[in-house]
Design a protein around this ligand. Structure first.
Ligand code: PRP
Length: 177
C-alpha cells in the first residue's frame, strides 16, 4: 500500500455509530439492576470503541484499562499471551464488561476471561466490536458482538497496521487483502 493511499471502507462511520448505539442500549438493558459497571478496555485497540461506547451508556460506570502482549506467531499456543499492564481497581464483587476491538483467534480473550474470572467479579461479560469467526481457535464466550467480519486485515477505529491507521474514523481493509 502506498504512503498516501487510504484503506478501502469495510464498515463506514455511520454504520459503526448505529451499531454502537444498539450495543449500548442492549448493555444498559442487561445491567439495569447493577449499581455500577466497570468497563475494562484492552489496550491499545479498544480505546476508540470504548470511548464511544462508554459515552452512550446510561448505566453508572467507571473505566479502567489493561494491556497484554502476545508472543509473535504464537497466538494459537497456550501461554502466548501475558499481562503487561494491570487494572488499577480491584474487580472482586463488581460487575465487569471487558471491551475489545476484535476477537481473532480468541487467545487474548480466553486468557483475560481466565485471569479476570479468578478475581471473582460479581459478573464478567465481554463486548467486542469485531469478530473473525473463521479464525477462532479458542472457545470463548462473547456476549456482545458489533460485527462478524471476513478474515481480512482490518484497520481504523482503534485497529492498526504496524501502528498506522488507528485513528481512521471507519473500519478499513488494507490493499492486497
Ligand atoms: C489485537 C486485539 C485483541 C487481539 C485479538 O491486539 O486488540 O486484543 O489482537 O487477537 P486474538 O483473538 O488472536 O487474541 P494487538 O495484539 O493487535 O494489539 P493492540 O490492541 O495494541 O493493537
Amino acid at each position: 500500500m502506498t504512503k498516501d493511499a487510504l484503506p478501502r471502507v469495510l464498515i463506514d462511520e455511520e454504520t459503526i455509530r448505529k451499531r454502537v448505539d444498539e450495543l449500548a442500549r442492549q448493555i444498559d438493558a442487561d445491567h439495569a439492576h447493577v449499581d455500577e459497571l466497570v468497563l475494562v478496555g484492552v489496550l491499545k485497540g479498544s480505546f476508540i470503541f470504548l470511548a464511544d461506547l462508554s459515552r452512550r451508556l446510561t448505566v453508572p460506570r467507571r473505566v479502567d484499562f489493561l494491556a497484554v502482549s502476545t508472543y509473535p506467531g504464537e497466538e494459537r499456543m497456550p501461554g502466548a499471551v501475558r499481562l503487561v499492564l494491570d487494572l488499577r481497581i480491584d474487580i472482586s464483587g463488581r460487575h465487569v464488561l471487558l471491551v475489545e476491538d476484535i476477537v481473532d483467534t480468541g487467545s487474548t480473550l480466553a486468557y483475560l476471561q481466565r485471569i479476570l474470572g479468578a478475581r471473582e467479579p460479581a459478573g464478567l461479560r465481554t463486548c467486542t466490536l469485531l469478530r473473525k469467526r473463521a479464525r477462532i481457535t479458542h472457545e470463548v464466550q462473547v456476549d456482545y458482538v458489533g460485527f462478524d467480519i471476513p478474515d481480512v486485515w482490518v484497520v481504523g477505529y482503534g485497529l492498526d497496521w504496524a501502528e498506522r491507521y488507528r485513528t481512521l474514523p471507519y473500519i478499513g481493509v488494507v490493499d492486497g487483502e
